[in-house]
Ligand binder design. Structure first.
Ligand code: NAD
Length: 488
């Protein structure tokens, strides 16, 4: 693997930090150096915001809707054309198996531009006719106008997918963006700069400043008063800090935050489908998906069978190199994150869990021994008060507990400060609708998981977020609604 230099992308130019500060990015697969990354500070954030502001008043702001959306379709085509480059970049940064990145991350990166380029063309406007006190007609109509420069702050688990999920609707609505990718995953945001150049997106429309959160590019971006709105995906605690920063200047925020998502398995379900679905929900992307399942409640008559079947699935996941076609599970994002996950693995044992499988670090060949590898892990027997049940772990693990009644299952599922997603497995149609209404989460999946039409609202309840993105809901966040009243 060659070592790369990741620069900021400001006004369509790749630039180093004025201070020449940089940091190193290591591979989660084998601990080798992937690249050096420019670390942005206040000067780089200032430059990026200036460029983004100028672009709003320049050629970007003068494009017609059709010209703008054509350009976003061209961005999607260019991502498709450079599919392998994006795949290499994402896999080098995250260590995830190529089979996952090629089916999930990269295609969704391109799809986000197509979906929002089309969605923005289909937003209706309001129109009201009224009569003035003098008996004349007056006409009110609504205009959706861009908010301005949007600050986009992203996590590392699905870097291209989650970044474009924000950048595409922001640009479709006529805004410009300054993106701060995760320090763990600088590559695809940088590569997208090359795509923007190639398809002729005007300078300043898409900007990237690399760096960390507090005291670095992330904090400077959220505090910058030239930023009109902030969209963030990441941990709930970070979301709170960003909300505080956005309060200066009363700027709107969209927060997509953490989860501790439940799955409920009823005895009447298709058990094979439930095991397959929950295996994906718990272990896909090495458990580093905000929508993943970490708490499973299974109706008592099928509890033992379910535990054994999920254990078999977990044990069949072979850790290995991303390019190896037989690899079933990649490493965690970093050794630091593995330390955090292992702390919960030890906590589970201390709190009295039965370790059904996993619980530690797998034996890896010498060449991969320095990677952030971890075993997929299943527990039973923990009290619901354990921090293993309460906290988001963000690793390939879940706890399984039996239940006896639907009411009990719903109560257990809802007993969490989070409310991002839930999945339930049953053949009872009436129960499906009851669960849709009674489970307190932004997304309730019945007999499915990670299945989404991108036009639907996406976001979390309780501490899992503020606001909804997806389809017209994204367009509501990325535009300001203005009423115009014309009196005749
Ligand atoms: P994180 O909160 O640690 O970091 C996310 C981003 O915020 C990074 O770019 C980081 O540099 C930046 N940041 C950190 N502190 C900041 C600050 N004070 N000001 C400005 N920026 C700051 O999250 P992570 O570890 O990268 O990602 C994992 C988390 O993301 C998990 O909690 C997961 O559930 C959540 N997540 C949520 C969704 C969702 O849609 N709800 C999707 C994916 C991930």
């Amino acid at each position: 693997m060659s070592v790369t230099t990741f620069c900021h992308f400001i006004a369509n130019r790749f630039v180093q930090s004025a201070s020449e500060r940089h940091f190193e990015k290591f591979s989660p697969v084998d601990g080798s150096l992937v690249g050096t990354v420019a670390e942005g500070g206040q000067p780089e954030v200032d430059l990026a915001v200036q460029a983004a502001t100028a672009a709003l008043e320049g050629p970007w702001g003068r494009l017609t809707l059709a010209q703008r959306t054509d350009m976003l379709h061209a961005v999607a085509r260019e991502i498709d054309r450079r599919f392998d480059d994006f795949l290499d970049a994402e896999v080098n940064d995250t260590g995830k198996p190529r089979s996952i990145a090629s089916h999930v991350d990269i295609p969704r990166g391109a799809a986000n531009f197509r979906v929002f380029a089309d969605a923005v063309k289909n937003v209706p406007t309001e129109f009201f006719e009224m009569t003035t006190p003098e008996g004349r007609k007056a006409y009110n109509y609504s205009l959706r106008v861009p908010r301005g420069v949007i600050g986009v702050i992203c996590p590392w688990n699905l870097p291209l997918l989650l970044m474009t999920w924000k950048v595409a609707p922001a640009l479709a609505c006529g805004n410009t963006v300054v993106v701060k990718p995760s320090e763990e995953t600088p590559a695809t945001a940088t590569l997208l700069g090359e795509v923007m150049q190639a398809v002729g997106v005007p300078p300043g429309v898409y900007n990237v400043v690399h760096g960390f959160g507090p005291g670095s590019a992330g904090e400077y971006l959220t505090r910058h008063r030239g930023i009109a709105a902030i969209t963030f995906t990441g941990e709930t605690g970070t979301g709170g800090q960003i909300m505080q920063a956005a309060a200066e200047g009363t700027r709107p925020v969209s927060l997509e935050l953490g989860g501790k998502n439940p799955a409920i398995v009823f005895a009447d379900c298709d058990l094979e489908a439930a095991v397959a679905g929950i295996s994906r929900a718990a272990f896909l992307n090495t458990g580093q998906i905000c929508l993943g399942t970490e708490r499973v409640y299974v109706e008592r008559p099928v509890f033992e069978r379910f535990v054994a079947a999920l254990r078999d699935k977990a044990q069949a996941l072979k850790p290995g190199h991303p390019s190896d076609k037989s690899t079933g599970i990649g490493p965690l994002i970093s050794i630091e994150h593995r330390d955090k996950v292992l702390k919960y693995y030890r906590r589970a044992v201390a709190d009295g869990a039965t370790v059904v499988c996993g619980g530690g670090i797998p034996n890896m060949p010498e060449s991969l021994a320095s990677g952030a590898w971890i075993q997929p892990t299943i527990w039973t027997g923990l009290p619901e008060t354990s921090s293993v049940i309460r906290d988001e772990i963000f690793g390939p693990c879940c706890h399984i507990r039996p239940f006896d009644t639907e009411d009990e299952a719903v109560r257990l599922a809802n007993d969490t400060p989070y409310g991002l997603a839930a999945t339930a497995w049953t053949r009872d149609v009436a129960r499906s609708f009851r669960l849709g209404a009674s489970i307190n989460a932004g997304i309730v999946w019945i007999n499915s998981w990670f299945l989404r039409d991108l036009r639907t609202p996406f976001g979390g309840s309780k501490q899992s977020g503020i606001g909804r993105e997806g389809g017209v809901h994204s367009l509501e966040f990325y535009t300001d609604l203005r009423n115009v009243c014309v009196s005749t």
